[in-house]
Structures are given as C-alpha cells and as structure tokens.
Design a protein around this ligand. Sequence first.
Ligand code: CP3
Length: 346
Amino acid sequence: MIPPLANDTFLRALRREPVPHVPVWLMRQAGRYLPEYNVVRRKAGSFMGLATSPSLAAEVTLQPLARYPLDAAILFSDILTVPDAMGLGLTFAEGEGPRFARTVSSDADVARLAVPPMDALRYVFDACAEIKRGLHGRVPLIGFAGSPFTLACYMIEGRGGSDFATVRRMAAARPDLLARIVDVNARAVSAYLAGQVAAGVDAVMLFDTWGGLLPWEAYARFSLAPMRAILSTLPPALPTIAFTKGGAQWLDALAGCGASCIGLDWTADLAAARARVGDRVALQGNLDPLVLTTDDRTVETAVRATLAAAGPAPGYVFNLGHGIVPDTSPELVDVLVRTVHAASAR
Ligand code: CP3
C-alpha cells in the first residue's frame, strides 16, 4: 500500500493553491554530478542498461532525494526511449550523446513509422511503479516525455546537434512529411504518458528542447499543436508542465496549450512572464544551471533574485532553466534547495 503524499507542495503549486514554501526540484537532478549516480551508471554498463532496468532506474531516481529535501522526484529515463521503441536503435556513446542506428528522412521511412506497442516500454512503467513504492508517499513523482517535435529532431537527424538544419529544411520544403512524423509521435507520446499515469505518476512534463529553433508558424504547427493534442488526452485533474526552450517569446500561445504550468529557460524574464500570464497558469524555472558551478554566496544571491522575480503569487515552482550540468557541485545543490525553502517560508 502506498500512503497518501506527506509533501504535496509541488502539486499544490501546479494547481496555483497556497503553499507553505516554494517547492523545488531540478531538471536532471539524478545525473553525473552525483558520485553515487556514476557508481550505478558504471555497474549498468551503459545509459540504456541503466534506463531499461526498473530497479536501477528506481535507485538513481531516489539518490538526489536522499541527499536533498527536494519537493518532487522525476522518473529516471530519457525522452528518446519512445523512438527507440519505434525500432530506430538508440545508443549513447560515451561522452557523445544519443545516436540512432536508423533515421527517418525519406517518404518510405515515414510510411513505415508507427506507434510502437506499449509493451516495448514496459520497463519504464515498471520503473514508475517501483519508484512510487520506494518513495512511500514522501513526495510526488513526475513522469515525462519529449515533445513530438523534439523527438522528430533526433529521429530525422539521427543524433543531437545545435541547429537541426535537416529538420528545419523539412519544415519548409516537406511540411507534409514532418506533419506525419509529429502526428505518429503525438499518438505514441499520448499512449506512453497514459502508461506512466496508470503506473502511478502524479504529474507529467513535456520537454520541448528544440521547438525554440523554429519560425513562429512552424512552431505553432509542428510543436505547440501536437503538445496541445497530447495534453488534451490526459486526465483533466492531472497537473502538467510544458517546457519549450526558447519559448518565452511565444508565452501567450504556450500559456493556452492546456498545461497547468509553463517551464521557462534561463533567458526568460520571469517577472515579465508572471505579469503577462497572470493567474492563467503556474510557472516553473528558471535559474541558469551554470550558477551551480560557482560558489555559495553566488548561489544564494541568484536564488533570492529568482524568487523575487517570481513574485508572491501562488503557482510557482523553483527549478533551473535547463538540466543540471555534469560539473555541478553537489554541495551547491544543497545550498540552492535550502535557500529556496528558507527564503520562501511563510
Ligand atoms: O531530469 C531528470 O533527472 C530525469 C532524467 C532525464 C534524462 N534525460 C536523463 C539523462 C530527462 C528528463 C531527460 C530528458 C532529455 N533527454 C531531453 C530533454 C531535456 C533536455 O535536457 O533538453 C533531451 C533532449 C534528451 C536527449 C539526451 N539524453 C541527450 C542529448 C543526452 C546526452 C547529453 C548529456 O547530457 O550527456 C542524453 C543522455 C542522458 N539522459 C543523461 C541523463 C542523466 C546523461 C548520460 C549518462 O549518464 O551517460
């Protein structure tokens, strides 16, 4: 039996209800900056070895919660498990990031693409259930998926990059092909998140790392519309977060996508964003992750500035503006979490 949540501050903030302190969690809070993560990662042999083992994935999910009084756990997995289940052959070469053995670029590739059987992702659902048991109601568990467009970026290019030129060319020259890819991805992600919800996650987040690269019209069609479609299939009471890196320029449109909360990257003006969205949605963010590679005083000052920018309104979750970087100091994460709690307590 899993007891009711002892700390539901994070879920209350997403619902824009009053909270005793600002809740905090960090994107990539389980990762290479933690020595204990690297031990388990070595034992697993590879990133996918770790992600596909429900017990090891549960173990690393809980590692940052053993160190810090974080207000939420996030499933340890990756957004690229979905295209991997579509048969594209995902590997992570040491120090190089993700690679797909097969890419999706021709009409024939796109015609072959289909929503994978969710059994191929059973390991993720099993990890969710195991994490929920391990948390024993301490804090909520966040499930997640990549946005259909961000998944398409890796599927088309076959690897990470900085400008995704092939994808942007396809958006301009073959919008029909890109539309078909993001449509399959949207249906796959809906089924995938439904599986995570059935396994017990308390909230979900959509990561749209690359939508901000697109011209506005292409963003609206290939990134925002499929995210809205996915969100509309989730249980109405489930709190949701949508994060488009570089998306603050389209904040009004994003705030209407159906998510309870909009995640902001570190370039966004948080105070201006709050003034703009009012009480339509909650906001999450947006400290520059590199601040966690400085010193105590700098972290404290930057955390207080971020809290001040967020303002007193309910509906705010403290986070970084993107994932923790590997050379983050674990001690500074402690300073960050404690400062958020102490400075926002009422
Ligand atoms: O936030 C968390 O703690 C949950 C775990 C999580 C991971 N990836 C673990 C991971 C989440 C939410 C992701 C999402 C993800 N994965 C995104 C969207 C968010 C973002 O960062 O923009 C993207 C684009 C990916 C794809 C991906 N996975 C890349 C580009 C890389 C290599 C880059 C790197 O940091 O090395 C990964 C690998 C990955 N995913 C690692 C972790 C902890 C590091 C690999 C390792 O441990 O060997």
